[in-house]
Design a protein around this ligand. Structure first.
Ligand code: HEM
Ligand code: NAG
Ligand code: NAG
Ligand code: NAG
Ligand code: NAG
Ligand code: NAG
Length: 326
């Protein structure tokens, strides 16, 4: 094989890799077709998120759920239909809130340029802008996602890991989306903000193995405190608990500090210190500066935002985020 030919092949392979890594998304996809779109999102977030700061966590989680079921295609935003129960109806969905906020952003953008900007892109942008508004990391959001037409609660249950998951399950679910252990560790860092409903972890406090016992991997002082002051019964599905107590509004490293103190709230959080690779990523994060976490989190979010996206002629641009076009 001649040297030129060999070079061509290398270029081809490298471009192919870049192409598949970035998908068909591109920064500023709407620069010509709807130049104000990203600014409309940012303005709306800047105006309203300070009055409802907890929405930042809600949107971050909503984006994660969207991407893990049929790719980041806005399927999490769809309502139940007469025949199917949608993703948003799959329990536990306490934090899947803020749908009306997304709907309002969508109608502002529709008024500017009808039928151009997808709900999937709006959700991706809102999640990023809301996190930045609360002092969290910035990440790039290339756009060009199109909206899916199918949303099923059963698929949410199959794809989104349960809080009771062990490391093997978490690793497998993330791998099935092209995400590595490093991404799992970093993206779980999203739990540095937000809240959880008691019933997502009370098994660890009251009935871990079905013998009325407590999870031995959970710090016993912390467990006692949760039982006495927060989650008084195993069935409590109304009380909410800060996942990163004392700093649940701040995007920082304290989630990882808690993990190594055996104070991760879910089994899925605790699982991250049971694997040596994962554990060493955590140790590294704790040794580094906050800015390293922010930069690495951004890289993983960009990967997550690219999972299974529908571009070009696939999917549609929904008119309303809760309904497919008829
Ligand atoms: C690794 C597997 C994960 C599991 C098992 C998991 C599980 C959960 C559960 C059970 C809740 C509480 C929901 C409720 O009580 O209704 C929650 C909240 C949350 N999750 Fe995760 N999660 C995971 C990964 C992620 C990822 C990748 C992100 C985003 C990068 C994320 C961001 C959040 C946020 C921000 C909240 C708080 C929501 C709020 O305050 O409204 N989680 N998660
Ligand atoms: C769609 O679902 C949301 C949230 O579940 C609900 O608030 C809204 O009323 C629904 N919209 C319609 C038109 O049914
Ligand atoms: C959350 O799930 C419950 C139980 O499945 C369901 O009744 C409720 O409507 C869901 N919430 C939303 C916003 O769809
Ligand atoms: C992890 O959980 C899965 C699903 O519940 C189970 O089949 C598997 O045996 C568990 N693995 C370990 C190492 O405990
Ligand atoms: C604990 O789990 C066992 C086995 O699933 C069940 O029989 C028992 O009723 C549970 N106890 C409580 C307090 O929920
Ligand atoms: C909470 O639990 C009660 C009783 O177990 C149940 O009837 C209700 O539907 C649950 N609510 C939610 C939001 O899951």
């Amino acid at each position: 094989m001649g040297r030129t030919r060999c070079f061509e092949i290398v270029v081809f392979v490298v471009l192919g890799f870049l192409g598949s890594a970035l998908g068909d998304l591109q920064l500023g996809f709407y620069a010509q077709s709807c130049p104000k779109a990203e600014q409309i999102v940012l303005d709306y977030v800047t105006k309203h998120v300070p009055n409802a700061p907890n929405l930042a966590a809600a949107f971050l989680r909503m984006h994660f759920h969207d991407c893990f079921v049929r790719g980041c295609d806005g399927s999490v935003l769809l309502n139940d239909t007469t025949s199917t129960s949608a993703e948003k109806s799959a329990p536990p969905n306490l934090s899947l809130r803020g749908f009306d906020f997304i709907d309002r952003v969508k109608s502002l953008i529709e008024a500017e340029c009808p039928g151009v900007v997808s709900c999937a892109d709006i959700l991706s942008l809102v999640a990023r802008d809301a996190v930045v508004n609360r002092g969290g990391p910035f990440w790039q959001v290339p756009t060009g996602r199109r909206d899916g037409t199918i949303s099923k609660a059963s698929e949410a249950l199959r794809n989104i890991p349960s809080p009771a998951s062990n490391f093997t399950t978490l690793q497998a679910r993330f791998a099935s989306k092209g995400l590595k252990v490093k991404d799992l560790v970093l993206l779980s860092g999203g739990h540095t903000i937000g809240v959880a409903i008691c019933s997502s972890f009370t098994n660890r406090l009251y009935n871990f193995t079905g013998k009325g016992d407590q999870d031995p991997s959970l710090d016993s002082d912390y467990a006692a405190n949760l039982k006495a002051n927060k989650c008084k019964t195993i069935r409590d599905n109304t009380t909410v608990v800060e996942m990163d107590p004392g700093s649940f509004k701040t995007f920082d490293l304290s989630y990882y500090t808690l993990l190594v103190k055996r104070r991760g709230l879910f089994s899925s959080d605790a699982a991250l210190i049971t694997d040596s690779t994962s554990r060493s990523f955590i140790n590294q994060l704790l040794q580094d500066k906050l800015s390293n976490f922010f930069a690495d989190f951004a890289t993983s979010m960009e990967k997550m935002g690219n999972v299974g996206v529908k571009t070009r002629t696939r999917g549609e641009i929904r008119k309303q985020c809760a309904f497919v076009n008829s």
